[in-house]
Design a protein around this ligand. Sequence first.
Ligand SMILES: NC(=O)c1ccc[n+]([C@@H]2O[C@H](COP(=O)([O-])OP(=O)(O)OC[C@H]3O[C@@H](n4cnc5c(N)ncnc54)[C@H](OP(=O)(O)O)[C@@H]3O)[C@@H](O)[C@H]2O)c1
Length: 245
Amino acid sequence: MKNVENKVIIITGASSGIGEETAKLLAKNGAKIVLSARREDRLQCLASQLGENVVYLKSDVSNLDDMNALVALAKEKFGRVDVLFANAGVMPGGNMSELKVQDWMSMVDINIKGVLNSIAAVLPDFISQKSGHIVVTSSVAGTKSVPGNAVYAGTKHFVRAMLDSFRTESVLEGTNIRTTTIYPGAIKTELLNTIAPSKTKSMVEEFYKNVGLEPDVIANAVLYAVSQPDNVDVSDMVVRPSKEN
Ligand SMILES: NC(=O)c1ccc[n+]([C@@H]2O[C@H](COP(=O)([O-])OP(=O)(O)OC[C@H]3O[C@@H](n4cnc5c(N)ncnc54)[C@H](OP(=O)(O)O)[C@@H]3O)[C@@H](O)[C@H]2O)c1
């Protein structure tokens, strides 16, 4: 596809769900892909399915050195980076009153600091080449109040506010860096696996089973944003099941 072919695209959270599906679709459309996640066996299997224009690195978004190594790999193999899809995230869930402080901190480390680490790794090149595109996965939870998931919602609100503020800085600085925030609703992935068993978890699982969409709908949204002409910034995309409020 025009404006996707030969683009070098880093995808975090590529070992399952939305990231994996997006890697498949972008590779099919001629992009060169660098896959990132912690489960190396998954990445290796995906890369081998997708062919020689796809490489991977076992990497943790909460570690800035890992993100710098990812960019170094992209430049070594493909010469540059055009797009970052900062997609890795976790959602352990739970009310604040449960005081699962470790879960709060891991959401901050992955959903907030992880996004920042990956942006920090690509930004110097994007600034010097005066082009680049940062796509981040927020959530419908980043657009409203979500009882039972307050810290997760907070991390996804952060992403929204940070990326759109960065977009305006980029316009003022003339760096031509495009930004896209994607807000998925219920998508059938492995995201619910880290929620501890509870009545609420069972209800959420039932909702996802009945109403949830397949991750290809988000992959299509990413493809749409990335394939636009260089002077078009698709800033925000909410994609949810028609039966989700
Ligand atoms: N599914 C939904 O309904 C939904 C809705 C709104 C937003 N989202 C967002 O969509 C994004 C993708 O999630 P998903 O639904 O596709 O769920 P998923 O299948 O669980 O994928 C999450 C991905 O994040 C990676 N990840 C988690 N912690 C990481 C870390 N510390 N370092 C590197 N990678 C890490 C996981 O890989 P490893 O475990 O191998 O590291 C996995 O590849 C997340 O940001 C999530 O919040 C999902």
